[in-house]
Design a protein around this ligand. Structure first.
Ligand SMILES: Cc1ncc(COP(=O)(O)O)c(C=O)c1O
Length: 452
């Protein structure tokens, strides 16, 4: 087993990352492809922006620094980075074919597996990313109902149907994605087609459905995020969607293959009409899917929903191997057990250091909530915490989508480092000099906020 080091060290030298990121800013608007990978979301100048390689729960940056990664690639790696079984399946597939004139039989094999484990799944279509699968599900729902409006809760990607919410009100996405999202580039004609509702508030959904009676094609939401659904809430959503003839879509891009092999719907026992999966489906190889009831799904055969790389066999080989491996080792059982250790440990050190932080959420997808009103202070607290974790060799932040490679030993080391990091935060809060404890010029600058 690899050594777990807790030595406090100087801030890592990330100069090669910084130089490359400067060039990235000149070559690519925004510098990164995924908003969540922007260094300004972490420690700006001090953040290791580029990875050279990753294995298990470890990552090596291009400056040669090694970290244990508790941000874990933002969620796809239930089986850890570079899972041997998955990589081998991909390499074998590359030796055969990944894309040709003909379809790949793996499509049927992966679809068969999804139908076996996901309660709502009777038919399946594939795509590559989470946002793309959501857009496809919305198209299918609109086609099935002949209606235009969509009621949504939470984050669902970058496509027009969703960002259109901010055409009617500049604040519609504030509580679901992040404040100040510009709908520039989204056709103005889509105004009023995407309408938010509040999580755990059935009246909010009921009100929106009644205000647009007979016009709502779909209700799309995550079954949970860090907040648990109130008793009867998801059942109430299911009932309301049915009453109003709207297609209920669970976005399981995050919850899929984490809470249970059959997703949040299996865990909570509430079955939607359609579901989208991405992230963990291919354990880091790109594949997403829309699955659902035959009656709703089969309309997709005559809508125009088509793309060359949706049958790319790299993602499909990875998904087949991932689904089989997750089932073989009971990956979800392991995630719950490891998450329990992490939650207990973090809750204990947070209490010991008396910092205004809570470890929240379901064990396979925990997060840290920094709970101070003052947004500036909150960001400084998070930055000092991240800095101290970085000095101890950990990539840390607010989200902890664990993998099975996060062993008990690694979790114990993380908790022990967090204990020391929180001690520094506490000392800074007590002395009123938290800001001066930041060794980097840029602490966290932007926030990616979601409702649940
Ligand atoms: C719930 C949810 N839906 C959709 C997406 C978009 O997925 P992708 O980034 O693969 O397009 C995400 C991404 O984090 C997500 O969390």
């Amino acid at each position: 087993m690899a050594r777990v080091s807790q030595t406090v060290r100087a801030m890592p030298d990330v100069s090669r990352s910084r130089t490359l990121f400067e060039e990235a800013g000149r070559l690519m608007p925004g510098g990164t492809q995924l908003l969540s990978r922007r260094p300004s979301l972490f420690l700006a100048d001090a953040w290791p922006v580029y990875a050279e390689r990753a294995e298990g729960c470890r990552i090596w940056d291009i400056d040669g620094n090694e970290y244990i990664d508790f941000l874990a690639g933002f969620g796809p790696f239930v089986l850890g980075y570079g899972c041997e079984v998955v990589d081998r399946a991909v390499i074998e597939q590359i030796g055969k074919t990944t894309c040709s004139t003909l379809n790949n039989p793996l499509e049927v094999e992966v679809a068969r597996r999804l139908v076996e484990v996901v309660p709502c799944a009777e038919m399946v279509r594939f795509s590559k990313c989470g946002g793309e699968a959501d857009a496809m599900a919305i198209r299918i729902a609109r086609g099935y109902t002949g209606r235009d409006r969509v009621l949504f809760c939470g984050y669902h990607g970058w496509h027009d149907w969703y960002i259109a919410a901010n055409l009617s009100s500049a604040e519609a996405l504030n509580a679901h994605l992040l404040p100040g999202v510009s709908p520039r580039g989204v056709p103005k004609g889509l105004a009023g087609t995407a309408i938010p509702f509040e999580y755990n508030n059935l009246d909010s959904l009921r009100g929106a459905l009644e205000a647009h009676r007979g016009e709502v094609a779909a209700v799309i939401m995550e079954a949970c995020r860090s907040k648990a659904p109130a008793p009867g809430y998801l059942e109430g959503v299911r009932r309301l969607a049915t009453e109003h003839g709207a297609v209920l879509i669970f976005d399981e891009v995050v919850t899929g293959f984490r809470l249970a092999l059959g997703g949040a719907q299996a865990y909570f026992g509430v079955t939607p009409d359609l579901t989208t999966f991405a992230k963990a489906l291919g354990n880091g190889y790109p594949l997403s899917a829309v699955v659902g009831r035959r009656e709703v799904m089969e309309g997709a055969a005559t809508q125009f929903i088509s793309s060359l790389y949706w049958s790319d066999a790299v993602g499909l080989a990875a998904a087949k191997a991932s689904l089989d491996e997750m089932r073989r080792i009971d990956a979800q059982g392991l995630l719950w057990a490891r998450g329990r250790l992490l939650k207990e440990g973090m809750t204990e050190v947070i209490a010991r250091r008396g910092v205004p932080v809570r470890c929240v959420g379901y064990e396979p997808m925990l997060s840290l909530a920094f709970e101070v009103e003052d947004a500036g202070l909150r960001k400084t607290m998070l930055s000092v915490y991240q800095q101290e974790m970085l000095r101890r060799g950990f990539l840390a932040g607010t989200g902890h989508p664990l993998s099975v490679a996060h062993t008990e030993e690694v979790i114990a080391a993380f908790v022990s480092a967090a204990d020391e990091a929180f001690a520094e935060v506490r000392a800074g809060l007590d002395a009123g000099d938290l800001e001066t404890r930041l060794e980097t010029t840029g602490g966290q600058q932007e926030g990616f906020r979601r409702l649940v």
